[in-house]
Design a protein around this ligand. Structure first.
Ligand code: FES
Length: 334
């Protein structure tokens, strides 16, 4: 027991959380950011059912003790000690398999000189689980799939994307035009292992370049919901001031969420090339004063930026297992 709380281990995902003796297990899992399918929260729908593998729990409806091998409803159970539970519907990070579906286009709106906010509504929303920080692909006829980070939290009703489409970028413009003219679009989701299936028990550094901010927004929205209270710093690097398309939102987070610090990193000059810009972002992160043995880093941007950052952080002592980025999966180093 730690701080009056019991450790609860979920199998097969190996996700763990703690619960106080007076708290229902569904709320305790949610506090840790672990999404367990649920609806009634009253022991009726059976969506939150789990099998007790080890330990003893209390059925709060009947006040009877539940022993190993029996099934329980997480919303109607309390821990009487450390527990091991089996629930196949809870997935570890990146273990949820992608599905194709038709999403309704709710909004396509410019939010800067070249970034659009896109909002999509999914069918059977409650049946689709994804983790904060995952991405989706938009599938248009006769086009290669286009991949975009999901900018919203898994609990949000709609999916939010930030799509950069400068006038001269034909392929991105084609996607924006298609989304503007269609009522619905085929998407495939969720993709990506650099995500959070539970809130980490340590400080976080989030580093984004350009529209890499979208992935960080999903993580931040999710962590705010879980009541995450370790220090969390967001570094957002852009080439020019007007590329920082949601700066006011990031500043707002800093004002109303005490653990959060926002560090904008704007290119030194109009002609700043991307490599100079990346150096500047990496230098800012290195100056954070983080304890590199006790921090988790999530990075989103181009492979050049992400690998420059990773090399610099591993050189100062960050363990490789504490660095997360989709780049490591889709653009692995040879
Ligand atoms: S949420 Fe319905 S039984 Fe637990």
């Amino acid at each position: 027991m730690t701080d009056g709380r019991y450790r609860i281990l979920l199998r097969p995902s190996a996700l763990a959380f703690t619960a106080s003796p007076t708290q229902d297990l569904l709320s305790a899992a949610a506090e840790a950011g672990i999404a367990v399918p649920s609806a009634c929260r009253n022991g009726v729908c059976e969506l939150c059912e789990a099998r007790l593998v080890a330990g003893r729990a209390l059925n709060t409806r009947t006040q009877q003790t539940i022993s190993p091998a029996a099934c329980l409803m997480l919303c109607r159970s309390q821990a009487l000690g450390p527990l091991e539970l089996e629930n196949d519907a809870v997935m570890a990070a990146g273990q949820n398999s992608p599905q194709q579906m038709q999403a309704t286009v709710v909004e396509v709106r410019p939010i800067s000189h070249d970034v659009y906010r896109v909002e999509l509504k999914l069918p059977r929303r409650r049946e689709l689980n994804f983790h904060a920080g995952q991405y989706l692909s938009v599938l248009l006829p006769d086009c290669e799939p286009s991949y975009f980070s999901i900018a919203s939290s898994p609990s949000a009703q709609h999916i939010e994307l930030h799509i950069q489409a400068a006038a001269e970028w034909q392929s991105a413009q084609r996607i924006i035009d298609a989304l503007k003219s269609a009522d619905s679009v085929t998407i495939e989701m969720p993709h990506g292992k650099a995500c959070l299936a539970a809130a980490p028990d340590k400080p976080l550094l989030l580093i984004a370049a350009g529209t890499g901010f979208a992935q960080m927004k999903s993580l931040i929205d999710y962590l705010r919901e879980t009541g995450y209270d370790h220090p969390i710093r967001l570094y957002w690097g852009v080439r020019r001031q007007d590329d920082m398309y949601l700066q006011a939102l990031a500043q707002q987070w800093q004002e109303d969420w005490p653990p959060f610090t926002f560090v904008p990193v704007v290119g030194d000059s109009e002609d700043n090339d991307w490599s100079g810009h990346h150096d500047q972002l990496v230098r800012a992160v290195l100056a954070s004063g983080a304890d590199w043995r006790n921090v988790e880093v999530h990075a989103s941007g181009s492979p050049t930026m992400v690998y420059a950052l990773m090399d610099a952080l591993l050189a100062v002592g960050l363990p490789e297992s504490a660095f997360f980025s989709d780049v490591l999966e889709y653009a692995p180093r040879q």
